[in-house]
Design a protein around this ligand. Structure first.
Ligand code: F3S
Length: 390
């Protein structure tokens, strides 16, 4: 691939070892995907933050690269960590786990990467504009950025997003190029999607059956809310490798294959990920809850008392806003818990005596079942809240 003089200098090691390692990685990826050159990015979002998922090898890598003087050169954000960074003790996280997680956070702090610790980086006052290039790693946020914000990003891994954060560039291939963003399939949804769970089930079915295509989805209500699209993005990315979809009527679909999705297909996914068990825990916020969802939960539980344990996962940024509006107080008065910086999948919270839980996310169900051997029962967000109160 073509490199500028400045990029060549970095590759030769003249700008430091960390920069050289980052450039080597991006050039290797660029060569593998036939990228013609690098493109400047507006922001990076890095995954692989939880000690639960990266363990000691990941921590050692971060210690090494941060001690080499690597620093972010564009705004850079983090995916959820393995615990609430301030309330981990009361949530039962062990000293040993917390110590390692805090070491990870120190490495990122040294590299001047913001401890946003959220999978909804587009709610951090930094959403990219249409056609802006970013290098984001959280798969649900990648689909959201490409499809809803119309920004351009590939589905980065933790190391490539970190390399892009250090250098402010990304190899120009894949979803950065217009020709890869045209719909490959026309999906006609033949049933009603009334609640957030319907979008989550549809996304999961599409990811599972269409692999890495670009579906244009027809038959969903006009202008679905961002929360519904967030659910669609997350499950699509969890069951497959789709990086983008479209719900816009005007998108062209030359030679797009036509696929119809009926209620039966969505039921098939519900049967796969949802059991009929009666569980004591309800987890909401995969992806992290928006302010609007926090308001919905707060209004539903106001003046009531939970009969089950309700965990609401969100970002510190949204939590602070929700606090100002009184939503956090309302949820906590009812006995619910608002948890920041982490999520039900990447924290070890389910490892101590949780054998099943109720959730509104196919992505959460997918990973809880496959990684943590935890049973799940799926419902829409409002049904989940009612279940927690009953
Ligand atoms: Fe976010 Fe964790 Fe789900 S990172 S999308 S809440 S698995």
């Amino acid at each position: 691939m073509h490199l500028t003089k400045a990029e060549e200098r970095i590759l030769d090691g003249q700008e430091g070892r960390a920069q050289q390692l980052a450039m080597r990685l991006l050039v290797a990826i660029g060569d593998a995907y036939d990228a013609s050159r690098m493109v400047k990015i507006r922001s990076a979002q890095i995954s692989g933050i939880s000690y639960k998922t990266i363990g000691d090898p990941g921590l050692e890598f971060l210690k090494e690269i941060s001690s080499e003087g690597a620093v972010a050169t564009v705004r850079s954000m983090l995916n959820p960590a393995g615990m609430d960074l301030s309330r981990w003790r009361e949530l039962g996280i062990s000293e040993q786990f917390a110590g390692k997680q805090l070491e990870i956070m120190q490495c990122f702090e040294k590299m001047k990467i913001e401890p946003t610790c959220t999978c909804i980086p587009y709610h951090e006052n930094n959403a990219p504009l249409k056609r802006e290039h970013v290098a984001w790693a959280e798969s649900s946020a990648v689909v959201f950025a490409n499809s809803v914000l119309e920004a351009h990003t590939n589905r980065e891994g933790g190391p490539t997003a970190l390399a892009s954060s250090i250098l402010g560039i990304s190899p120009l291939y894949g979803m950065h190029l217009e020709e890869h963003r045209l719909p490959t399939h026309l999906v006609r949804v033949k049933c009603k999607l009334n609640i957030d769970l319907g979008y989550s089930l549809l996304g999961y079915w599409l990811g599972k059956n269409l692999e890495s295509s670009v579906p244009r989805i027809d038959g969903v209500p006009r202008n679905p809310s961002h929360d519904k699209l967030k659910a669609l993005c997350a499950s699509m990315a969890a069951s497959g490798s789709i990086s983008m979809f479209s719900v816009k009527k005007e998108d062209r679909e030359p030679r797009a294959e036509i696929i119809d999705v009926h209620r039966e297909e969505l039921n098939e996914i519900a049967n796969l990920l949802s059991s009929e068990g009666s569980y004591e825990h309800v987890a909401l916020g995969c992806p992290h809850l928006s302010l609007h969802e926090m308001r919905t939960i707060a209004a539903m539980v106001s003046g009531k008392q939970m009969k089950k344990k309700l965990w609401c996962f969100t970002s510190r940024h949204i939590r602070d806003q929700a606090r100002q509006y009184g939503y956090v107080a309302s949820i906590e008065r009812a006995g619910g818990n608002v948890i920041c910086d982490t999520c039900i999948v990447v924290s070890p919270m389910v490892e101590s005596g949780v054998d099943g839980l109720v959730a509104n996310s196919c992505k959460a169900a997918h990973y809880l079942r496959s990684l943590s051997r935890v049973e799940t029962r799926l419902m829409g967000l409002e049904e989940c809240v009612k279940y927690a109160l009953a």
